[in-house]
Design a protein around this ligand. Sequence first.
Ligand code: SAM
Length: 217
Amino acid sequence: MLYLVSTPIGNLEDMTYRGVRVLKEADFIACEDTRTSGILTKHYGIDRPMLSFHSHSGVAKIDKILDALKEGKTCALISDAGTPGISDPAYALVKAAIAEGIPVSPIPGASAVLSALVCSGAHTHDFRFLGFLPIKKGRKTLFESLRNKDYTVVIYESVHRIDRTVAEIAENFGGDHPVVIARELTKKFEEFFRGTAAECVAELKSRPRKGEFVVVF
Ligand code: SAM
């Protein structure tokens, strides 16, 4: 069995009981960064072998994990934070496991996309999650394709590009377009900034940029 175990997005208390049990019982844990995930495993007294599986892991690493699964071993896949498979490397392994007929099972929990969406105040009955926007190619076309759409859009953004992205939302949808910036969710300095695109641009300029961001518009 390949378990996809959700882990906290910043607050260690957001780990589920079942997630801890599955991690404790797994034959091995596949994670993006053994040092990052080591903080979680140490906190919960989880002592299982850990194997790194990240965006640069090639086919050989996938095959190694698949071989173990085919031998009947249980792998718990976690990412640096949140739900594996959402804007992280899990997809390739999940796809390969399914192709081999290996059962895949979710252990649900924290994810930045849903946490930001439900607290944004934007309507939630029809939304589109786009992950990280393309940095160059396809970015302009993507913005154009979103014009005049009624659904809520949720994107992930890094501290390096948050200013640019919010400025481009203002350019493409107008300075008065409603935008919510969710920052440092579940952490000590969690905050939601709700305003127009122009106000969000100004707000970001007014102070040092730090942390992790989800933008809802
Ligand atoms: N798998 C994760 C999930 O389920 O949300 C997402 C991983 S993705 C590599 C990391 C991005 O998610 C960050 O750049 C940020 O946009 C968003 N993110 C993760 N944790 C966050 C948090 N605590 N607050 C705000 N955004 C967060």
